[in-house]
Design a protein around this ligand. Sequence first.
Ligand SMILES: [Zn+2]
Length: 699
Amino acid sequence: APADAVAAYGEYLRSRGRRKEAMARFQEVNDLWASGGADAPAERVAVVRARFAIMEMDPGFQGQMNATLDILAEPLRRGLPEASVLLADLYRRHDQTEKVPNALRPLLERNPFHVEALVVAARAKEARFESGEAAEFARKALSVDPVHPGAVEVLALLRHGDGDRRGAEEMVRKALAAHPRDRGLLSLAAIPEWLDGRRDAFEEAAKRVLAVDPTCADPFLHTARVLEDRRRFAEAVELSRRAAEVDPSDPEAWFSLGRNLLNLGDEEGAKAALDRAAKADPWRCIFRENFRSVLDELATYATGRTPNFEIRIHRGEDAVLRPLYERALESSYEDLRKRYGFTPETPILAEVFRDAADFSARTLGVPGFGAVGACFGKVVTLDSPGALPPGAFCWRATAHHEMAHVFHLQMTKGRVPRWFTEGLSVHEERLARPSWVRVMDRELASALANGEVHGLLELDGAFRGPSIQWAYYQGGLMCDWLEREFGLPKILEMLRLYGEDLGNEEVVRRALGLSPAEFDASFLRYCGRLVEGWKVRPRWSEGKFKEFRRRSGADPKDLEAHLLFAEACLQRDKAIDAGTALARARAVAPQDPFLTELRGLLQLSGTKAREQGMALLREALAAGRDHYDLRMMLAADAEGAGRLEEAVEHWRKAKLHLPRAQGRADPRRELARVLAAQGKPGEALRELEEMAAIGESDI
Ligand SMILES: [Zn+2]
């Protein structure tokens, strides 16, 4: 038989758990190749598939990677689609996901809807945590084959990760109707049973998979992954162990076990499991290797106990930092214990990393994680103050923030949604010391003007997007509001309800008596009250930019649209479009002060007309236009011209327009500088004190 038919039969046998027979078929293919047969391009692809299967099933065959890849060169040169897909999939499995797009490009250029290629691309994106793009590829694959098991698997797991259970279950149901004996789909069908606490039904579902393939660990592994996503690590450990029992040769089972033991703080157990995964796996896995090497690094750290903590610190920093961390962690623990009326399970393992890359590796398995602290419920990982340049973050605030997560996660058995635990942690930072939280008032004003304040049901998604900083800040604002408006007991009740595995909608209905829409409306009113009295121009969003453009184009009489469109253009350095819009505005109301201001800004956007530009801004101010940005520009200009009294007056007004401006945007900084130079040290000092009260990290 030609090699591809034999290899396909081997794969079928393998998918039914008949590994010995499968192995014999794969060996047969390999022998064919060795004896000079199986040389046609399609057969070569089959030989490569067979050899990789042997490598996965027999660790003794490992190390044949390059020789095997050489066989693929000819089919690739001939442009065989299966060869490109196979190569891309090998890169994916071998942790070279960065090479996947190139491997698939020629194929996807010829056929943008090649389903298998799209599924490999989706899996590769998923491995890089680029879940948005992964979902896009999977959806594209499903647009061709709506019940493709691989695409359904990718998308269903992503949906579970986003808490969209209904969407995930619906897809799996449909696909199962078409592929009733697919192991992956049957495994996905087990997940909801576990999430609903129906253990018997879960076992039944797992049995249906094992009836097809007694060596398939997927029902346990898929469910473990969803539980890990939801920080239910103890259950994920239990299921990973089951997976390793079903298939002790599956590296993924041991890796999942190792990861989740790490999350629980059992580092010895984790190391054993990770070692076992490494041994069983012919493929490279950077995450796993990073975990292993950071565990070796941690073995050299100093370890000490306090009443509630086990603290690890690099030996070089131990003498200086240990007393600080001991005091900080115990004091945060005590404050939060009183506030939440809850005593967490201890000891809590706190690891303080001297090296930001080690922190990131211990937390995620890869370097480059942007955060400075992380919490797994009973484990807290932290950057030490020395891990980043001085002033990069406030270690004490981070420790407090992560400690607050310990409470939320333990109180809800990991079921608290992201927005609520992050929001509460930011809120706790602010309660502990208002200056710990970076103020984003400007962003708040813009978000309100742009209609971009997230609703209750969307906020979790924002933590995966590009405006994650804002998501934290908005979560914090929501929790400020919740405590102010409803009181701490309601927050505690919400935690209790989340702990019962209820979703956002049900929790706010029961605890606050609000529908999500009422919750959102009430929160928006609170935000509106916060910005009352501020005078600061929004940074217009793309959506608003387009809206203003449309309105301005549609109605020559719409003065507001012309002005706002011009403003949005100027924010995007589109001077020509701004000029056109201003000409239209001039035709309607030539004396409008906002128009005068924008004409000034347009002049200033070029370099030549600075004087005319500033004159127009002064004219706008005299005509009643007044806000933070205008005052800051006028102040800088006045100072440059030596009119210090005038500059001071502008900065004082700017302070009123945006009371909590921070950092370089803070008029107090300028006031302090100029007042000190004018020989008024007392007044300068007052400005500095005000600055410190708003944000200590900016000094
Ligand atoms: Zn956090």
